[in-house]
Design a protein around this ligand. Structure first.
Ligand SMILES: [Zn+2]
Length: 434
């Protein structure tokens, strides 16, 4: 076991920030939190004046790949949940990324999306396509037997297959995550016991079923948030404790693709050429004016819905949907935290949504996401006070993953070097699997 070390600064604990405190780490664990004044003189120390020590951050919605690892860590993201990837690939990556000394975030995985044969939301081969309820149940059995952590149900499942797969996952006691679309609206899915909804999918359909049935596109439904419509659904979400990953950064990235603010983003030096090409093909700039207006109204509606859910105390966690268009590892989780604050969370609540609360959604609430004795020593040292201004969480000074220090400057250099490599001709294109 390595020599114990005291990491000194202002420490974010379950009781709030304790100034002039130390997190004592031995091996890969936190063993004690105590005032700096009480540290024994022989203990090795690393002092961070003016900094706050927060738990390692968690991104609850990513589609992982190896190029992303240094970017996640450089931004203080020490755990991620993969919400859709080919089975063999993700199991192999989980083994590597969860190794004690890995230079990668810890990985919780859903395995492949369980999806139906419809278009356009079948992302093969990161999906397993099922055509019958029996096949949906068999697919869940097979993924559980293979060892996935959670089950992800996707947009093109038909109604019978969706409820069969949900029931089968529940029989196995597996946490279920869904992108709702054709099969069930949010109310139906929540009442059937679905654990988590991504992207606020199925909400518009639950609020305006008659307009949905008349063929109105879900984006066009958002501007009409009458309180008497919205309140019962918000109440249901809160009462049932349904988890929500909003991925507000995704809606902003699509809806604002043409705005000047999107032309020069800080993540650009780190975008691999394959990824940039895929983004350009999927979402070329030049959205027609009528479409832009729809997006402006939809973004406003999604923001109002998000703020109502936050106000009522819904269990919201922070996820980015990396590497969706203009959504990048690490950078975009911090953008999501800004967005959650813009929707009414306090900075402390936003941090919880990406630490202790996110850890619970991953089933890891006893291991990560909290600075307390017995937890894994995943720590992020940030300059300033993120509880006063959430943007301070971006100013990552040092990262510790499982008791091992990582240097953000080195990690970013590694990521930038990778991004300068030429397009891998003949390699799997991201658009074929994202
Ligand atoms: Zn996704």
């Amino acid at each position: 076991m390595s020599v114990p070390i005291a990491v000194c600064g202002s420490v974010l604990t379950t009781d709030g920030v304790r100034h002039a405190h130390a997190v004592i780490v031995a091996g890969d664990r936190i063993v004690e939190i105590c005032p700096v004044a009480e540290l024994s003189s022989g203990l090795m120390r690393r002092e961070f004046a003016g900094a706050t020590i927060i738990p390692g951050l968690i991104d609850t919605h990513v589609h992982s790949d190896d190029w992303q690892a240094p970017l996640f860590l450089a931004h203080g993201v020490t755990s991620v949940r993969d919400t859709g990837c080919a089975l063999e690939e993700i199991l192999e990556r989980r083994t590597r990324w969860n190794a004690p000394l890995a230079r990668a975030p810890r990985l919780c995985c859903c395995g492949p999306l369980i999806d139906g044969p419809g278009v356009p939301f079948s992302w093969t081969p990161m999906a397993e396509i099922v055509h019958t309820p029996g096949a949906a149940r068999e697919c869940v059995d097979r993924l559980v037997a293979a060892g996935v952590d959670q089950i992800k149900l996707y947009a093109s499942l038909d109604r019978a297959c969706f409820f069969a797969a949900l029931d089968q996952a529940q029989r196995h006691g597996r946490f279920t995550v869904a992108h709702l679309q054709n099969h069930a609206d949010a109310r139906e899915a929540i009442e059937a016991g679905l654990d988590e909804i991504e992207h606020l999918s199925g909400f518009a359909e639950a609020l305006w079923p008659e307009r949905r049935a008349a063929g109105v596109h879900w984006l066009d439904l958002w501007p009409d948030l009458a309180p008497e419509r919205v309140a019962p659904l918000v109440q249901l979400v809160v009462e049932r404790g349904t988890w929500l990953t909003l991925t507000r950064v995704v809606w902003h990235a699509i809806g604002r693709n043409d705005q000047p603010s999107q032309q020069c983003l800080p993540h650009q030096p780190f975008v691999p050429p394959d990824v940039a090409r895929w983004w350009h093909e999927q979402y070329p700039r030049g959205m027609p004016a009528a479409r832009r207006h729809v997006w402006v109204r939809a973004l406003a509606g999604l923001q109002i819905m998000s703020s109502l859910l936050i106000e009522r105390g819904a269990r919201i966690v922070a996820g980015s949907d990396t590497p969706f268009v203009q959504v990048m590892p690490g950078f975009s989780l911090h953008d999501e935290l800004d967005q959650l604050v813009a929707c009414g969370m306090t900075p402390a609540e936003a941090l919880a949504a990406s630490t202790s609360r996110a850890a619970q959604a991953l089933g890891w609430g006893h291991q990560v996401g909290t600075i307390a004795p017995g937890f894994l020593a995943d720590l992020v040292v940030v300059r300033g006070d993120p509880l006063a201004d959430i943007r301070a969480a971006r100013a990552v000074q040092a990262v510790m993953r499982g008791g091992v220090w990582l240097d953000p400057v080195e990690l970013l250099a590694e990521a930038a070097h990778q991004a300068r490599q030429p397009v891998r001709h003949g390699a799997r294109r991201i658009g074929e699997w994202y």
